[in-house]
Design a protein around this ligand. Structure first.
Ligand code: PEP
Ligand code: MN
Length: 360
């Protein structure tokens, strides 16, 4: 994946003092609505105007977008405001229409990224394009699917690729519409450090009051851009009404974000950082040692259970450990969510070690 430097160069060349901002309604509804919002965004940081034209809805019967009719409205919005345009494409026909109508940037939706057949079809339709293609994460928390989609576009000789992090669906209800699972996006960044990464806080949040915080977290994690749904009359939007914000609110939000530097070459800062990082390294080594020792004890328990023909999983004991650790974690200011994740992983590793012994 040697090409991922291309879009980064476009971003660097713009020399923005803020993250790349993509804003606009969830869906294009009417010509007036598209133009009104675009004009209201004109004096914001918005570089790219978004609007869904073909809407993938989870269940039938909801508003499915106005279709190709809106391509003219987008063209007009760009002509009148000078803001670039983007829309979601979900098949080769959408690609064809979007390209013919001068849409600048195409994005691949979360429900498309899950399907290698459709991703391949779209990548073929775009082969060799100079356009910017932004690939949303798949709906399910699966880094390989996200990477796979990105690879299919790179393999079609498409150079300007970026990723959009829009969160992942979970069966468990959380305060978010789609759980951010920041770690997955951080893993993607680690594997493709040159690939620009954009946060879509609107589809993560599902409600407008959570958007600011998500944006700030993204900037703290060095994201390159934000894609935020903005509507002139959010409460009456034809789709995603609860998560959209007015252009006015958007301007206020971006003004209040703290933009962090990628790094700082001040010597005192670097010394301090080195020192703190050395401390972190010591703790990380301790963690590995402690975990290794814990597993050795688990193996001894495995042997004991084997001799006495006792099952590996002891639910009562496991629940007791979890309950106790959540309380102790709380005293150290560690969230329940974190403790659950860590201890479930430790427990699974213990079971694996014990299983190996029982099966020997
Ligand atoms: C959207 O951006 O309006 C959209 C449908 O997004 P996603 O594919 O993330 O659900
Ligand atoms: Mn939406």
């Amino acid at each position: 994946m040697k090409n991922s430097k291309n879009l980064r160069k476009w971003l660097d060349d713009m020399n923005l003092s803020h993250p790349l901002l993509i804003a606009g309604p969830c869906s294009a509804e009417t010509e007036n609505q598209v133009l009104d919002i675009a004009h209201q965004l004109k004096d914001s940081d918005t570089i790219v105007y978004r609007a869904g034209i073909w809407k993938p809805r989870t269940r039938p019967g909801n508003f499915e977008g106005v279709g190709s009719l809106a391509l003219q409205w987008m063209k007009k919005a760009k002509k009148e405001t000078g803001i670039l345009t983007t829309t979601e494409v979900a098949n080769a026909n959408h690609v064809d229409l979007a390209l013919k109508n001068e849409i600048d940037i195409l994005w691949i939706g979360a429900r498309t990224t899950v399907s290698p057949f459709i991703v391949q079809e779209i990548a073929e339709a775009l082969r060799g394009t100079e356009k910017i293609i932004l690939i949303k994460n798949p709906v399910n928390p699966d880094l390989s699917l996200w990477l796979g989609a990105i690879e299919r576009f790179f393999s079609s000789n498409i150079k300007n690729i970026g990723a959009i992090h829009r969160g992942f669906s979970t069966y468990e209800k959380t305060k978010y519409r789609n759980n951010p699972e920041w770690q997955i996006a951080i893993d993607l960044q680690r594997r493709l450090p040159d690939l620009p990464l954009i946060l879509d806080p609107s589809h993560i949040a599902g409600r407008r009051d959570l958007i600011f915080d998500l944006c700030q977290t993204a900037l703290d994690l060095n994201y390159d851009g934000l894609m935020i749904e903005s509507h002139n009359d959010p409460d009456n939007a034809w789709s995603d009404a609860k998560q959209q914000i007015t252009p006015e609110k958007l301007k206020e939000l971006t003004k209040n974000l703290t933009i962090r530097r990628v790094t700082n070459d001040d010597e005192a800062y670097l010394d301090n950082l080195d020192n703190l990082r050395a401390q972190i390294n010591v703790h990380d080594n301790q963690l590995i040692n402690i975990l290794g020792n814990r597993m050795k004890v688990a193996e001894k328990i495995g042997l004991l259970k084997k001799k006495n023909n006792v099952a590996v999983l002891q639910s009562k004991r496991w629940n007791e450990i979890l309950g106790k650790m959540i309380l102790e974690g709380d005293e150290k200011n560690l969230s329940e969510e974190f403790i659950l994740k860590v201890f479930k992983a430790i427990h699974q590793e213990s079971i694996n070690h014990q299983e190996k012994i029982l099966k020997n």
